[in-house]
Design a binder for this molecule. Sequence first.
Ligand code: GLV
Ligand code: MG
Length: 306
Amino acid sequence: MDGRRARRSCLAVPGSSAKMIDKARGLAVDQFFLDLEDAVAPLAKAEARDRIVGALNEGGWDGKVRSVRVNALDTEWTYRDVVTVVEGAGAELDTIILPKVSTPDHVRWLDLTLTQIERAMGLEPGRIGIEPQIEDARGLVEIDAIAAAPRVEALIYGPADFMASVNMRSLVVGHQPPGYDVGDAYHYALFRILTAARAAEVQAIDGPYLQIKDVDGLRAVGGRSAALGFDGKWVLHPAQVDAVNELFSPRQEDYDHAENILDAYEWHTSAAGGKRGAAMLGDEMIDEASRKMALVISGKGRAAGM
Ligand code: GLV
Ligand code: MG
């Protein structure tokens, strides 16, 4: 299990579509997930499970994080999703996305189920991570315990379901509800998720932007979660990939500045025999807190291949 994988862009791929699965292989995303939940009709779920097992075993995913989204635990499908996919392709799977998580018990159920399948199949214990989606009011209220549950690598915001859960009066994900003119109606949920993720040392991922042709809208909405500190965002269509990779990579000037801070800090502090806590970079005073901020930006840039 690796909680520091690059996840700037995470592509949603319906598990029922052979064509879209094939197309996904060639896209420059950091992560993809083969969906068994909302993108797949109830009668197509069984066939989609088998198609997903085939696609994972076939490979060709070029270092991307390989995930499957199973159905939520309030359906009759979840256990069979997990058993079929992990028994069939567990060695080729990095994480399971569990939607509509409203209590840490949901994550514990999946952790125990995975442990059993790993033992039965001789898979490496604990390697498959879990990414809970926070999609309703209960999930947000329980978020600290969810973030700290076993195998969690990232918390994912599910804005569409979340908006429905709190009766938000907007039908367009990311757009402000008409009548709410005092700020950003999404700020609380986003910042709550981000804080819980950082406290548990896991990643925070923003969900989808549904207006797939509106790349400016995507940039505006995704730019907000990127600025707050989120690690990545879902993409639904090839047209969204470049914008999201760019939004969640540091700007070149920020990356260069961060590397300069790290170099200057190390040079000054070691030149002083470890006795100096602050240093100068041009006119800027840098100290241990500046070093920490610089490490975040430089880490993201290095993960993005800068
Ligand atoms: C994604 O699953 C969402 O509900 O936005
Ligand atoms: Mg959802």
